[in-house]
Design a protein around this ligand. Structure first.
Ligand code: PLP
Length: 374
C-alpha cells in the first residue's frame, strides 16, 4: 500500500521530528521557568532559547516576543491592546482570517472592511483614504492568505498606516517559515505567528510587539506581564525547534513552487481557474476552482485516493461553507468549487504528482457521471 499524501499544511503542518524531540525533552526535563532552583533555571533557558529562535524567524528582537496559546490568541491580544491604546476604529482586510474579523467586531469599535482586487491584493488607495479619516485606526492585514497564499505589499501598508499614526497589526500565521519576514522593516506595531503552521506543536504561538501590550488575563507576571500564566514550556520548546528548522529549509520550500505550478497547469487544462496567480504567493499554496466540480466532491474523491487537501479554509471546510476569500476577490461564482492544496517541509515532488493523478482521475469520473445523467 502506498503512503497517504498530505497536502494540507496550511491547515496544520506535519510536526517536524526535531520539534517533537524538543517537546519530549522539555517534558522530561520538567521545571517551572519562574522557579529559582536548577530545574526552573533549565526550563527558563529552554524558553529563552526558543524566544531567540522565534525572533530570528521574523527579523525581530527577542524581547519583542510574547508567547501565546496560538495564532488566534496572538491576534486577539494585538487587537485588544490596540483598542486599549486608543484605537477608535478598525480597518480589516476582506480576506482576513475569521479570528481577526470576529475579534475586531467583538471589541465594539466600528469595523470597516477593506476591499481586495481580483488578485486578492489590498486596495492601497482605499487604505490611504480611510486611514486619514477621523479617529486613530487599527489596521489589520495578513501577510499571506491562508487559502490563496497571496502575499500583501506589507511595507507599503506599514508606511501608509505609520504616516497616519495608526497601529498596523500583521497576521503572519501563514507566512512565517514559508517566506522571509523582516518585522523591523514593516513599520508594523504587532505581528502574530503560530507554531503548528511551520512544523511545531498546536496550541502555541507568539505575538511580536514593538511596544506595551494589554494583558487579557491577570495574575502572574509571566511574559513580562503581557501574558500571565505558567508558560507552555514543551510547546514553546517545540516552536523554537520548528522555527530554526523552518529558516534552514526556506530555500527548499521556495523551490516547491515549480511542482505546484506543474499541478496547476494540469488542472487548468481540465477547466480549473487558479486564484491569486497574478500576485506574489506562498510557494507551496495552490487555490484552484473548477466550475461544476464542487469543492467537497474534490476533497472526498481525493481523500478516497489517499490524498488530503481542503476546501477553502480548514475551519470552513468542516462546515462546507463557500470561501469568503474567493468571494472577496470578486469571483463568488467560483467559491463553491475552490480547493486548497498546500505542501510543506516534508512534501516531495512525487506528492504533488500523485495529487495531480488523483485529481485528474476524479475529474474524469465526475465528467463521465455528468454525461451519463445528461
Ligand atoms: N491566522 C491565519 C491566517 C490562519 O490561517 C490561522 C489558522 O488557520 C490562524 C490565524 C489561527 O491560528 P491558530 O490555529 O494557531 O489559532
Amino acid at each position: 500500500m502506498t503512503a497517504p499524501v498530505y497536502l494540507d499544511y496550511n491547515a496544520t503542518a506535519k510536526v517536524r521530528p526535531l520539534a517533537a524531540a524538543a517537546v519530549a525533552d522539555a517534558l522530561a526535563e520538567g521545571g517551572n521557568p519562574s522557579s529559582v532552583h536548577a530545574a526552573g533555571r533549565a526550563a527558563r533557558a529552554t524558553v529563552e532559547a526558543a524566544r531567540r529562535a522565534v525572533a530570528a524567524l521574523v527579523g525581530a528582537a527577542p524581547e519583542t516576543v510574547t508567547f501565546t496559546g496560538g495564532g488566534t490568541e496572538a491576534n486577539a491580544l494585538a487587537i485588544r491592546s490596540a483598542a486599549a491604546d486608543g484605537a477608535r476604529r478598525i480597518l480589516v482586510s476582506a480576506t482576513e482570517h475569521d479570528c481577526v474579523r470576529a475579534e475586531a467586531e467583538a471589541t465594539g469599535l466600528p469595523v470597516e472592511i477593506w476591499p481586495v482586487d481580483a488578485h486578492g491584493l489590498a486596495d492601497l488607495r482605499w487604505l490611504s483614504e480611510r486611514v486619514a479619516a477621523d479617529g486613530r485606526p487599527l489596521v489589520c492585514m495578513m501577510l499571506a492568505n491562508n487559502e490563496t497564499g497571496v502575499a500583501q505589499p506589507m511595507v507599503d501598508v506599514g508606511t501608509i498606516t505609520g504616516e497616519a499614526g495608526g497601529w498596523l497589526h500583521v497576521d503572519a500565521v501563514q507566512a512565517a517559515g514559508k517566506i522571509e519576514i523582516d518585522f523591523e522593516s514593516m513599520w508594523a506595531r504587532s505581528l502574530a505567528i503560530s507554531a503548528h503552521k511551520l512544523g511545531g506543536p498546536q496550541g502555541v504561538g507568539a505575538l511580536i510587539s514593538e511596544g506595551p501590550l494589554t494583558p487579557q488575563f491577570h495574575g502572574g507576571g509571566q511574559e513580562r506581564g503581557r501574558r500571565p500564566g505558567t508558560e507552555n514550556v514543551p510547546g514553546i520548546a517545540g516552536f523554537g525547534a520548528a522555527a530554526l528548522a523552518a529558516v534552514r529549509d526556506m530555500a527548499a520550500l521556495t523551490g516547491q513552487s515549480a511542482w505546484r505550478d506543474a499541478l496547476a497547469a494540469r488542472i487548468v487544462e481540465l477547466g480549473g481557474v487558479v486564484l491569486g496567480d497574478g500576485a506574489e504567493r506562498l510557494p507551496q499554496t495552490l487555490c484552484v476552482a473548477t466550475p461544476g466540480f464542487a469543492s467537497e466532491l474534490q476533497v472526498m474523491a481525493l481523500d478516497l485516493a489517499g490524498v488530503m487537501i481542503s476546501a477553502g479554509a480548514a475551519c470552513s471546510s468542516g462546515k462546507v461553507k463557500a470561501s469568503r476569500v474567493v468571494e472577496a476577490m470578486g469571483r463568488p461564482d467560483l467559491a463553491p468549487f475552490a480547493v486548497r492544496i498546500s505542501g510543506g517541509w516534508a512534501t516531495t515532488r512525487d506528492d504533488w504528482r500523485r495529487c495531480g493523478e488523483a485529481w485528474i482521475e476524479a475529474r474524469h469520473r465526475q465528467s463521465k457521471r455528468i454525461r451519463e445523467f445528461a
